[in-house]
Design a protein around this ligand. Structure first.
Ligand SMILES: Nc1ncnc2c1ncn2[C@@H]1O[C@H](COP(=O)(O)OP(=O)(O)OP(=O)(O)O)[C@@H](O)[C@H]1O
Length: 261
């Protein structure tokens, strides 16, 4: 079996306008891993995801994708292999839900190719997966924020990527769909890197966690290894306690102050 990591960061640094955003990141991600990217605001999570889409270039070090320098991949080739679900973006707003989801096929089709019966079947399945089968003909703009977020996940599913990048995928979602979205992403059995603020969701669904603080990778391992009281209290600057999540075999994190002030 091929053991080449899907993603490899070798001493990757990122500077923007003289400011150091990411510092000498070194790690490798194997195929099929579900990786949670954690850290406080401004830690560098989105910047790391942008490096993977070639929106940003490392100022030094190297990123490899499937064993090859990421810099060698053209945008079209990358679009066929990497899907991103991120915060909502403007140009989608005049489209129907079906239009948005079918955009997931664009990297796999030539300009002149129209949608086949099989594509439309796949559209239905993707929408069913995210619980929006009844919204196919609705305007994307008129959906709630959480529904829009799920449409974007359906589009990523449609794309059949090798690597799925999720930038705060549970924002705007109610409790049910916070869990659903991560369960759906897990069930795809592809490599996933998800930036997540909710440490308990990360603990429950991720195989591995990367904890960033001020651009540095301060912990890398399983939930048990990364979600430790001292580390989290220091990184998130708020007292923290760890116990066991009664619903799953994973750590549960509680943050807060005892006096409730
Ligand atoms: N294009 C840019 N120009 C200037 N500064 C930037 C740019 N992109 C990122 N930064 C800075 O890099 C740092 C890391 O930002 P990033 O968005 O990666 O953090 P994050 O961990 O995703 O934060 P959050 O949890 O708030 O989304 C921040 O200080 C941010 O201001």
């Amino acid at each position: 079996m091929d053991q080449t990591p899907v993603i490899e960061f070798q001493h990757v640094q990122l500077h923007i306008d003289q400011q150091q955003i990411l510092m000498a990141l070194t790690f490798a991600i194997q195929a099929g891993q579900f990786v949670g990217l954690l850290g406080p605001n401004g830690a560098g999570k989105t910047s790391l995801l942008r490096l993977l889409q070639k929106e940003y270039q490392p100022s030094s070090g190297q990123i490899k994708f499937q064993g090859q320098p990421l810099s060698r991949f053209g945008q079209a080739e990358l679009a066929a292999k990497v899907a991103l679900v991120s915060q909502l973006s403007g140009p989608l707003f005049d489209l129907t839900v079906a239009d948005v989801v079918l955009m997931g096929l664009i990297p796999h089709k030539a300009l002149w190719q129209t949608n086949t019966e099989q594509d439309l079947q796949q559209l239905k399945q993707s929408l069913e997966l995210v619980g929006l089968a009844d919204k196919e003909r609705h305007s994307f703009a008129h959906l709630s924020g959480g529904e829009q977020q799920r449409v974007l996940l359906a589009r990523a599913v449609m794309q059949k990527p090798l690597l799925l990048l999720l930038d705060e995928p549970t924002n705007h979602l109610d409790l049910y769909y916070q869990h659903q979205v991560l369960r759906i992403a897990r069930a795809l059995q592809i490599t996933v890197i998800a930036s997540i603020h909710d440490l308990n969701l990360a603990s429950r669904y991720c195989d591995r966690l990367l904890l960033l603080s001020k651009g540095q990778l301060v912990a890398d391992g399983t939930a048990e290894q990364v979600l430790t009281q001292n580390l989290l209290t220091e990184v998130f600057r708020i007292p923290c306690l760890i116990d066991q999540n009664p619903f799953g075999d994973c750590p549960r994190v509680s943050f807060g102050y005892k006096d409730n002030v």
